[in-house]
Design a protein around this ligand. Sequence first.
Ligand code: SF4
Length: 384
Amino acid sequence: MELWQQMVRDSVHTVDELVEKFNIDRKVAEDLDEFFQARINPYYLSLIRSPGDPIWRQCVPDKAELEDFDAEEDPLMEDAMSPVPNITHRYPDRALFLVTSQCGLYCRFCTRKRKVGDYEKISMKGLESAFKYLEAHTEIRDVIMSGGDPLMLTDTMLEKILQRIRSIPHIEIIRLGSKMPCVLPHRITPQLCNMLKKYHPIYLNTHFNHPWEITPESSKACEMLADAGVPVGNQMVLMKGVNDDPAVVKELMQKLLRIRVRPYYMYMADETKGANHFRTSIETGLNIIENLRGHTSGLAIPHFVIDAPGGGGKIPLLPNYVVHHDEDKIILRNYQNKIFSYKNYNDKLNPGSKFGKNGKSQKTKVKELEFTRIEMPVLEEVEN
Ligand code: SF4
């Protein structure tokens, strides 16, 4: 058994452990266990500094979860957009492929609790129909493997899935949605990285939410992935009591760049059964972006998005930088609230681009030119 597997096995997960370790009332612990089981591996547990801190809030069950049972279980309507088991096909050229119900840690804010935990929640029997669907739908060029966490699969199982996806000619990129670099970085082994390298282009989106999660272990994991040619992006969820503070988010984003992880999304927390105590106002999120833009490198600024309820997809939000806009000009404010006027460009008075999709003139007939390809000399490898 590998170290990461042993750590999953050694996780806090029983009612007795919840009562003993976190002083949770037994009846509450039983109700919480019934609702969504706990899994807190020893690595992530070691990051807790005091009760109720940002790490604690993300992994320790809280009785507030039992107070909004009327909220949606599947706010993004992933199941309604599932043409075959294990596949959600929301956007035309992308498909979400659920490959396991297991995770290295069960996050209390998870929007996919209905699919996470018990093994039967995502069946491996559905894999074949999912592969057939991906093969038949030639418009899909991007497959996002998720779950659960795809890195909970063994290297052998993961490789079998990657091989099968790579045998489908129209699939150009594979993305792994994995929280393992953050919550159980020991999963990122040299063997895993060597295996992933064979199936490029592979991207990985991970899920750091607080600067305390950037440790020597998680830094090493992200750097190993980057060295293996896997670009790593981060999807942070905005959560009350975890990261609803511009200084915390700025520190996180800057530290992520240092470990070669590109901030990608900052999500509003979805309205989800048992997780609404994490939700903040939209203004909190806009204020965070306002405090990033101009104040730190553009690379450190994620897209702030709402995943629209009912399956509408991700919708970006920005603080309002436009003071006035008409045909002739746009009046803008910058990050220091200084005002600038910018002359508009009138498309109607200008013929616009001369070139259409096929590279030929749209507006005027121009004489066809013939281009001759210049043969380049073949460069020989020189040994140093
Ligand atoms: S790792 Fe992802 S799928 Fe698993 S519990 Fe956390 S948020 Fe949910």
